[in-house]
Each structure stands twice: as C-alpha cells, then as structure tokens.
Design a protein around this ligand. Structure first.
Ligand code: PGA
Length: 248
C-alpha cells in the first residue's frame, strides 16, 4: 500500500505563504513512491492549486449540503470547484469547537464523495477517555457512525488522532498505536470486506521528522496527518522521507 502523508494547515496561511506551498509541492516530487497532500484554509485553495503543478490540495471540512442558507460554510462542490481533490472531515477540533456529531461527519463525508473528493475521516479519544480505559470503544464507535457507506479504497482514509497528542508534542505509545490501528483495520474489513484492507489508516498527533519513522513502522500505520510540522517544507520533508524509507 502506498503511504499517504497529509498536511493540515488548520487556520494558518495567507497568500504570503504561497512560496512555502510551492516548496512543499517541490519536495513532494522528490518522493514519488509516497502520496502526499496539504489541506489548506478554503481561502487559499484556488490560488494554491494554480501555484503548484499536480500536487493535491485539500480542504479541512465541508458542509453536508451542496448549497443554501448556511452562512459562512463551504460545500464539497465549492472545494472541488476551487481545485481541491480531497477534504478532511471530523477533525477533533471541529468535533469539540463546532459540536460536530458523528452523524454530521458521516453526512459531510457522503457529500464529499458525491462531489468527487477523497475523504479523510478523523477519529480519536480524549485523555480522560484513554485514562478511563475506553479509548478503543470510543474510537470504534466514532468510526462506525462517522464513516460513509459505499466508496472505500483510495476514496476513503481514516486518521486516528488521539486528542491529547494533537499539538502537544506528546505522541501515543507505539503499542497503543499498534493496538488502535489493528482494531480500526478489523472494523474496516468487517464493514467493507476486502476494500477495507486498502483503506489507509493515518496516525495524527505531534508527528514530526524525529518520530515519523518509528510511527510509520507500526503495522497498519499507512501514513500521517500532520499539523504543526506541515507548515514548512523544511519540517514536512523529513516526514515524506521517512514514509519513503518505510514503504514496502
Ligand atoms: P499536530 O496536529 O501534528 O500539530 O499535532 C495534527 C492534526 O491536528 O491533524
């Protein structure tokens, strides 16, 4: 399976960052055996796709409706129109701050697929949930309710992002990552049959150039969703290099 390394710029980036996006796209070209992309603020997607050559640009969320009276929202069709080829849905920052439910996320993923976008569905437990011993139950529950029916394979990826590891510098233990990714794989195969074996399961949460090789060596870790370390080519490239080095 080809590895997938995706940057998530969150609410960062203006036109003054287009050179950095060009630099990221240029470094991605050096690792042709790795699939990569960056998910940008919606305002930057159109300009970025014009600035780079054949490098996938994604959104970070989409609405479940195509159009209508939803002030401030962006639909999957609009992302596609701006040049995006993928989108994240269900990031824990949106689950927490925008009170998105699993059902919302599933509807968004369904809308994104209908528009022709690849989708990364995020799941992950909080620190309280992990300490209470319910991480597996929480994540598998989110997964079951958030994943869209139908399109699987390369059209769908799952990002396991423990909430307490995001932006904290704290990375999940290798054994815990292995246990969670194996449980997610089993759930995907139960749900999608053989297609579930080729859905890429990304790890996210403080992944960087120093820890990527170790995380990507874990069974069923097929890539990464990278926040802070995706904001510059200098930080992103070592993760692409680790993904290439650990490719089968
Ligand atoms: P981080 O963010 O790499 O900065 O921890 C990951 C994410 O939120 O997707």
């Amino acid at each position: 399976m080809r590895r997938l390394i995706v940057g998530n710029w969150k609410m960062n980036g203006t036109s003054s960052d287009l050179d950095e996006i060009r630099a990221i796209a240029a470094s991605a070209q050096q690792y042709p055996s790795v699939d990569s992309a960056v998910c940008l603020p919606a305002t930057l997607i159109d300009r970025s796709t014009r600035a780079v050559d054949a490098f996938p640009i994604g959104g970070q969320d989409c609405h479940m409706q195509n159009s209508g009276a939803h002030t401030g929202c962006v639909s999957a069709d609009m992302l596609l129109d701006a040049g995006a080829t993928l989108t994240i849905v269900g990031h824990s920052e949106r689950r927490a701050a925008q009170h998105e439910t699993d059902e919302d996320i599933r509807a968004k993923a369904t809308a994104a697929h209908a528009a022709g976008l690849k989708v990364i569905v995020c799941v992950g437990e909080t620190l309280d949930e992990r300490e209470a011993g319910s991480a597996l139950d929480v994540v598998l529950g989110q997964l079951g309710r958030s994943l869209p029916d139908g399109a699987a394979g390369i059209w769908l990826s799952v990002a396991y992002e423990p909430v307490w590891a995001i932006g904290t510098g704290r990375v999940a233990e290798t054994a815990d990552v292995a246990e969670m990714h194996e449980a997610i794989r089993t759930a995907l195969v139960n749900r999608f049959g053989e297609d579930g074996r080729v859905i890429r399961i990304l790890y996210g949460g403080s992944m960087n150039g120093d820890n990527a090789a170790q995380l990507l060596a874990v069974e069923n870790v097929d890539g990464g969703l990278i926040g802070g370390a995706s904001l510059t080519a200098a930080k992103f490239e070592p993760i692409l290099a680790a993904a290439e080095a650990t490719s089968e």
